[in-house]
Design a protein around this ligand. Structure first.
Ligand SMILES: Cc1ncc(COP(=O)(O)O)c(C=O)c1O
Length: 613
């Protein structure tokens, strides 16, 4: 890959600059031990582009491995290798004078003794003891190398084991994924793409990344002639930002689901005071569409009206807290009407899509992003799929307007945006772990797992509905439900007589759940007048399904959730709603102690995947 090539759309080009110009504040410097180059933001000053020259690796010997003169003169340690017998080599690079410091060769080739820079001989004992000094800490176990971190990690292990994990975007990875994550692959630098890296020694890393890409396409039933994939993004937020960076110019328009409606901040987000929250809104212009405040479903007619007015260049479907299917065909129609690229962020539901347990966006979308660690059950990270090859035609008309050409041009733009525009070296341990997860995704066992995730979500939804709880949209099509707590305790006579308690603050329910070892997260929802209220919690089933829980277990979890709400209500009655006094009311509360014990007894029946406790 030639980094000197200009990406016309992103407005980015790479110029190689010597350290002489490193303080030029118009450029962002990327530097590591063997490569030093700068990205010139041409979009800011298109009239004065820097000349681009191909990136070259510097000789390893240019690394400054030795302390400077002052440090050397002050140091008493390692005297044998620190004397001033370096040869200075002067040369020019792009017209700039440079000096290369090189160690003078001594008696090379002896492994049991060598000549110090002062000429004295170092004995094999000394050599061995110096080697051992380095090896000693290189091979310590975590427990002995860092007891403090070890202890905290052990506590986190226990927390995961003893608790009920209902956060919809969390999951428990399997042992094989865990092994790859904590492996030697973290040692390797591999900037670039398979077969075109900026470092040597990447033959196996290339194999791993190529296999990961191939498995990613297989997992989603994609043909490598028409779809490409980038598995390097560190997270889905970075994956989304790479898509914007690759396909848009700063200030171009994007449109995604409003965050209070369940959208993700990486699709654009403003605070009520107008403050721009995410990079998507800081560097691009974002206007959201919303769900219908009465039904909780995406309001497609309003979305179309807004999109035709706003004319986004990227239209985004997919969100963080949306329990229903997406109408991808309708999104495609709208995107085509306003000439937008259609991006699906399938982060929440990618596991369901891979298992064909919900509708696939691939038939309709141009670009698809995802996290890899939610329902997909892989390591923490992001992934980008993009269309490639000829664009489809319909009645002689080219679909997907874009730049008007008859071929997709996403591949180079997106890959360039991931590296070097936004990221550095890929996390190879993550990519190997993802390859392992994607292999599993393509198995019948994974399909069964995803089916169970859905059955469990249905079981939990009906258990809550039977207890007169209110769910946004009345239920779920996927792995999550949104429990609307605003009317909690007020719906249904039988419920009120069985559980007579007043409306607790939703935050308090989350707090009570947390101290009882149940984790979930809050969500904002629309009230009946269309106002945003922070009144709900999102509950997901993938993590506990990974521990082997079935429908009847989710009935039990519904009981626990109700009990937590009941406790929150009675503590509130006794201690008031102020956070400080409410928290005081939780201390040494017998009901809490009892519920926590029930939760722990329940949770510890189920093994933890990935590690022993
Ligand atoms: C739809 C969606 N997109 C993006 C993200 C952000 O993912 P990450 O944490 O990997 O940046 C999330 C996280 O919950 C999400 O739900």
């Amino acid at each position: 890959m030639d980094l000197s090539q200009t990406s016309t759309n992103s407005g980015l080009s790479l110029g190689f600059l010597s350290h002489v110009s490193a303080n030029n504040n118009r450029s962002s410097k990327i530097a590591d031990d063997s490569i030093s180059f700068q990205i010139e933001h041409r979009a800011r000053d298109l009239s004065h582009p820097l000349p681009s020259v191909p990136l070259r690796l510097l000789d390893q010997q240019t690394e400054n491995r030795y302390p400077n003169h002052a440090e050397r003169n002050n140091s008493n340690e390692n005297k044998v290798i620190e004397d001033d017998e370096e040869k200075d080599v002067e040369f020019q690079l792009l017209g700039h004078p440079m000096t290369l410091k090189r160690k003078r060769d001594c008696d090379s080739g002896s492994s049991s003794s060598f000549c110090s820079s002062k000429g004295s001989r170092v004995t094999s004992n000394e050599i061995e003891s110096r080697r051992n000094a380095v090896r000693a800490w290189g091979n310590q176990s975590l427990r002995s190398a860092d007891p403090s971190i070890f202890e905290i990690m052990e506590k986190e292990k226990q927390r995961q084991f003893k608790g009920i994990e209902l956060i919809a975007s969390e999951n428990f990875v399997c042992k094989a994924v865990m092994e790859a994550l904590g492996s030697h692959l973290t040692n390797k630098y591999s900037e670039g793409m398979p077969g075109a890296r900026y470092y040597g020694g990447n033959q196996y890393i290339d194999e791993i990344e190529a296999l990961c890409c191939q498995r990613a396409l297989t997992a989603f039933g994609l043909d490598s002639e028409t779809w490409g994939v980038n598995v390097q993004p560190y997270s889905c937020t970075s994956a989304n930002f790479a898509v914007y960076t690759g396909l848009l110019l700063p200030g171009d328009r994007i449109m995604g689901l409003d965050t209070p409606s369940g959208g993700n901040t990486s699709h654009g987000c403003y605070l009520p005071n107008g403050r721009k929250v995410s990079g998507a809104s800081i560097f691009f212009e974002s206007l959201p569409y919303k769900v219908n405040s009465q039904t909780g479903y995406v309001d497609y007619d309003k979305l179309e009206e807004r999109a035709l007015d706003f004319r986004p260049k990227i239209l985004i479907c997919g969100g963080s807290s949306y329990p229903r299917e997406w109408d991808y065909a309708r999104f495609r129609q709208i995107a085509d009407k306003c000439g937008a690229v259609l991006l699906c962020d399938m982060a929440q539901i990618s596991g369901l899509i891979a298992a064909k347990e919900c509708a696939s966006p691939f038939e309709f979308c141009d670009v698809v992003t995802s996290t890899t660690h939610k329902s997909l059950r892989g390591p923490r990270g992001g992934i980008i799929f993009y269309r490639k090859g000829p664009k489809p035609r319909k009645r002689g008309m080219l679909l997907n307007q874009g730049d008007g050409s008859d071929k997709y041009d996403f591949e180079d733009k997106i890959n360039f945006a991931v590296f070097p525009a936004l990221q550095g070296g890929p996390h190879n341990n993550h990519i190997a772990a993802l390859a392992i997860a994607l292999k599993q995704v393509a198995t019948p066992e994974y399909k069964t797992y995803m089916q169970q995730v859905k059955k469990n979500a249905q079981a939990l939804a009906s258990a809550l509905l039977r207890r007169h709880c209110r769910l946004v949209t009345g239920g779920t099509d996927n792995h999550m439900l949104l429990w609307d707590l605003r009317n909690f305790g007020m719906t249904g006579m039988s419920f009120r007589s069985n559980f007579s308690f007043s409306l607790p603050n939703y935050v308090d329910i989350i707090k009570v759940c947390e101290v009882c070892h149940i984790t979930l997260n809050k969500v904002t929802i629309f009230d009946d007048n269309g106002n945003i209220t922070p009144g709900g919690v999102r509950i997901g089933t993938p993590a506990m399904t990974s521990r082997g829980c079935l429908e009847s277990d989710f009935e039990t979890m519904a009981e626990f959730l109700l009990r937590a709400a009941q406790i929150a209500s009675s503590v509130q009655k006794e201690h008031g709603k102020l956070p400080k006094s409410f928290l005081k009311g939780l201390e040494d509360n017998k009901e809490i102690v009892e519920l926590r014990m029930r939760v722990e007894n329940f949770a510890t029946q189920f093994a933890m995947p990935g590690f022993d406790v």
